[in-house]
Design a protein around this ligand. Structure first.
Ligand SMILES: *Cc1c(COP(=O)(O)O)cnc(C)c1O
Length: 366
């Protein structure tokens, strides 16, 4: 019998998300470098705050997130009334798409853009449109060339995932200037804290009416398991998104941990410095082994191999040595591996395995 119950258009075009793997059968001492998590975990104060909630699990959480919004606003110098918290920044991206794009509308992003942008667009019945990047870097001219009068949202991560590259604020502003009146530019700042002195383009949000910023506690704050992120934008847009938001979209443990985490900027700074040190070390070590990678502004590097076959073999070799990284074929980068910056010892293991791998590749070619 034919199924009469059918989903809305677009939804069955969404490919099921495959997350970063966390273990390898038969291999011990594994380290997960596949999801850009903080290798040092969350700060102690966040852990304490989370534990303190345990005795009150029967109480509904705050529905306006006022305390967390206040803390975020205070630390980042923002207007707390224009912050919206989400169950991960993914949820904020999803609210934005639901609110501003539907059937017949276009959602624009780059061809190596974050996977959620396509999922959100299709989920809202809108048409995803990809603009090419130039040498794995956002190309504002290509984005502007892809804009039509049906473009409603432009999603751009800066720094980008999975490339790690970044463009200047002047370029971002040129993009915002070139958009039609009905289009909103969403700047995804998931990796903003890894860039020293960077506000995630919050200044552009304040000075314009067509720019929105999203941020997350999943990356440098080490709270990926709790699912919490936030957005900052023009008052009218934030008000619109609040109407879509479930009143209790964030649980009490996540709210408490995030508030403690954002107030502990000394910990964030320590993580930022450590990440930059080992990221630059790993890029240099890979270069020495004959594996190029772009300068990265985030907590991962994108290692380039000579072919898709070689990238897959390198991935397998790393895996057999307990090092789980990410193949990024789904991001149209089949010759690349995205490697999260772990602790120093993890980076050294990655470099040693890949150096030997590359030497063997060279020998077998002769
Ligand atoms: C990890 C990541 C996010 C964060 O998603 P959460 O839902 O907050 O965990 C958002 N955007 C990009 C580009 C990311 O890499």
């Amino acid at each position: 019998m034919a199924q009469k119950i059918q989903p809305q258009p677009g939804i069955m075009d969404i490919e099921l998300y495959v997350g970063g793997k966390g273990h390898v059968d038969g291999v011990s001492n594994t380290v997960k470098l596949s999801s850009n998590e903080n290798p040092y975990g969350a700060c102690e104060k966040a852990k304490q705050a989370f534990r303190a909630v345990a005795g009150n699990m029967h109480i509904y959480p705050s529905s306006d997130h006022a305390e967390l919004r206040h803390a975020i606003a205070q630390v980042n110098g923002l207007d707390g009334d224009r912050i919206i918290c989400g169950n991960g920044s993914d949820e904020v991206l999803s609210f934005l798409t639901q609110a501003y794009a539907g059937v017949g509308d276009e959602v624009l992003f780059t061809d190596h853009g974050f996977s959620m942008y396509r999922i959100c667009a299709l989920g809202a019945g809108a048409t995803p449109v990809e603009a090419p990047e130039k040498e794995r870097c956002t190309d504002v001219d290509a984005l502007l060339a892809a804009v039509t009068e049906r473009t409603k949202l432009v999603f751009l991560a800066n720094p980008n995932n999975p490339t790690g590259t970044m463009i200047s604020e002047a370029e971002i502003e040129r993009l915002a200037d070139g958009l039609p009146a009905g289009a909103l530019l969403v700047l995804d700042g998931a990796y903003a804290e890894f860039v020293e002195g960077f506000d995630g383009h919050a200044g552009l949000v304040d000075s314009r009416d067509n720019v929105f910023m999203t941020r997350t506690f999943s990356k440098i704050y080490g709270l990926g398991g709790l699912r919490i992120g936030w957005g900052y934008g023009p008052a009218g847009i934030v008000d619109t998104l609040h109407r879509l938001r479930g009143p209790f979209n964030i649980n009490a443990g996540a709210l408490a941990a995030a508030e403690a985490a954002v107030l502990d900027q000394a910990y964030v700074e320590k993580c930022r410095v450590e990440n930059a040190k080992w990221r630059d070390w790993l890029i240099a070590a890979l270069a020495e082994a004959g594996i190029p990678a772009d300068a990265s502004h985030a907590n991962f590097v994108l290692a380039r191999f000579d072919s898709e076959v070689e990238a897959e073999a390198a991935d397998e070799r790393l895996k057999q040595n307990g090092l789980i990284v990410r193949l990024v074929k789904g991001y149209k980068l089949p010759k690349c591996l995205r490697i999260t910056i772990g602790k120093g010892a993890d980076c050294k293991r990655v470099a040693a395995v890949l150096k030997q791998f590359k030497e063997e590749q060279g020998n077998s070619e002769q």
